[in-house]
Every structure is written in C-alpha cells, then in structure tokens.
Design a protein around this ligand. Sequence first.
Ligand SMILES: O=C(O)CCC(=O)C(=O)O
Ligand SMILES: [Fe+2]
Length: 258
Amino acid sequence: MAPKDKGKKEAPRPAAPSQPAKQILNWPAFTPLRPQSDLALEEVLPNQILTIPNLWTSTLCRNYVSLLSSLSLTTTPGKPKRGEALRVNDRFQVDDPAFAERLWSQTALKELVTGAAEVGTLALTDAQRTELWGGEVVGLNPNIRIYRYTKGQFFDQHYDDSNNVTFPGAPPVRACTTWTLLLYLTSPATGCVGGETVFYPKPPKKKSKEPVPEPVIVGLDVGMALLHRHGADCMLHEGREVTEGEKWVIRSDLCVKR
Ligand SMILES: O=C(O)CCC(=O)C(=O)O
Ligand SMILES: [Fe+2]
C-alpha cells in the first residue's frame, strides 16, 4: 500500500486477463549484451532508487523498439477513476513468465541484485540485502508492461503498490512485488526529449524550518534499468511529459518470496 492520503495510486491492472504471450510475441534474444563485469548497480538515492546503466545495449533496445512498434497498443483513458493517477500513454500488457525469467536470468540483473556478481554489486551482508529488497528475491513479475509515450504524454504523480504474484511451477512459488523495474529503451540520444522519471522526497512537517527537499530527477538513458522501492515505502513519483520523440519503457517488478 502507498502512504495514506498522500497521493494517487497507479491504476490497477485491467480485470481481463492478458493474452498468452506465445500468440502475440516472439521476443528477440538478448543480444548483444555487455559483459556483466562492465555493469554495476548504482545508488541514486540509497535504499530507494537504484540504476544499472547499459543493462541492455543500444542495439538491443533499437531492435525491441522496432518489434514493439508493430504491436497494437492501448491508449490509457485520459480520465482516471477517483484516487488513480492521470496517465496518458500507450501500453501493452502481457503475462509472460518465460520472458520475465529471461529478463531476470539472461541479463546481469539477477547476479547484481542477489550479490552473486563479482563486481558491481552493493557492498551488503546477506541480511542487509534481504532487508533492502524486502525479502528473498525470486525473480521478476511475469506481468510485463510496455509503455510508449509520444509527444504530450506523461504519467502523473502517484505511488506504486505491491501486488501478490504466483510463479508457475511444481510447486508454484508465492511471491509479492517490492520494487518497480523500469527499463528505458529510448533517450535524448534517440530523439526523445522530456519523459524523465521524477521522485519527490517527503516534504518536512508543516511547522518544520527544514527546506523542501529537491526532487530527484532520473533522465532517460538507453538501456538503463531503474529500480525503485514500492509499496508502503514508495516515493511519490511521475513520468514527466515527453516533448519530442517517443519514450519506450519495459516495466516489471522485483518479486520476493511470501
Ligand atoms: O514512465 C515512467 O517514467 C514512470 C512509470 C511509472 O511510474 C510506473 O510504471 O508506475
Ligand atoms: Fe510508478
């Protein structure tokens, strides 16, 4: 749950189940990729916002954008329900456990997040890592969302909720989401202007003389993954308006055992 009374929530998933991925998409292989030793988790705001620059190469991002451009995306309604954030973008959603597993295991994500990589991880004990991710990370949310923002589109301020997820298998693994994953496929280098993801630290109490903290602005960077804590400790955030070109993002979430 997001902090109470402090802002809007992202709209829940539509009730209608997504279509099986195989009927729709043949996701290209994750190639080329940089060697894992070139990649690192970077702290933008410790405990809240982390990035992995170049998780995907620009070639891979370009190939995905050209595939995704052929999909028929749904434009979200301009009028949100009460309590939901205004979001104007084009999106495609699919339940695809196999793709989520590939994105987790066939990129540097799993090794960097779990601390298995030799370089580029955060210097944490196992207990600190469990605390950071909110439990034992088991993979990515199979609910994969693709966003395209064209000129004038944006995602207004909101909090991301935690959701329960069940990973298929024998036995199935019961998990819940704890961090949002955004993978940016475009940036100013591909002609996309604006679209930054902006986080608003909690303002000080009314009587406090503390200054209002500056927002944390994460600019788009082709192939960069952004992870931010969600659920009860989610920061208020938004996807700023795109003013030129197209912003493409793949969204999933880190899942921990429950
Ligand atoms: O597109 C962005 O920069 C933000 C997306 C977002 O906040 C979300 O998917 O919940
Ligand atoms: Fe969000």
